[in-house]
Write a protein that binds this ligand. Structure first.
Ligand code: HEC
Length: 102
């Protein structure tokens, strides 16, 4: 029995190994633009995916952003009020828009 305990302790010891080197975490700038409407984005969009995921497609038209918001509601049942649809679309168009409405 004692042997078993010894073996088990030895097998488990790597779990308690400590990292000696200094661990450097790379700095990644995350371009979240705070501003009017961001709280609505936080409440309606970040429940399912990250912010970075949403802005992956770069600067887009207002129609594009509205289409994405509609897609989230139709396909993924994002629960949103009509008011928030406008606020969130305006937020994305203002900060990640290309100036084109269509
Ligand atoms: C109920 C979960 C859910 C919510 C809430 C949600 N999404 Fe999504 N979203 C998804 C899923 C699932 C995908 C991946 C779909 C795909 O790849 O077709 C996605 C993908 C996306 C994409 C990129 C992929 C594409 O379709 O081009 C964008 C942009 C996006 N969401 C924007 C939003 C915005 C803006 C909101 C807030 C209004 C939102 N999402 C809220 C589930 C959600």
């Amino acid at each position: 029995m004692k042997k078993l305990i010894l073996i088990a302790t030895l097998l488990a010891s790597p779990l308690f190994a400590q990292v000696k080197e200094k661990v450097e975490v790379p700095y990644v700038p995350f371009p979240i633009k705070m501003g009017k409407g961001f709280d609505a984005v936080q409440a309606n969009c970040l429940t399912c995916h990250s912010f970075g995921y949403m802005i992956n497609s770069g600067k887009q038209s207002k129609k594009f952003w509205r289409g994405k918001v509609d897609k989230m509601i139709v396909h993924f049942k994002a629960p949103m009020t009509d008011e928030d649809v406008e606020i969130v679309t305006d937020y994305f168009f203002e900060h990640y828009g290309n100036g084109q409405l269509e």
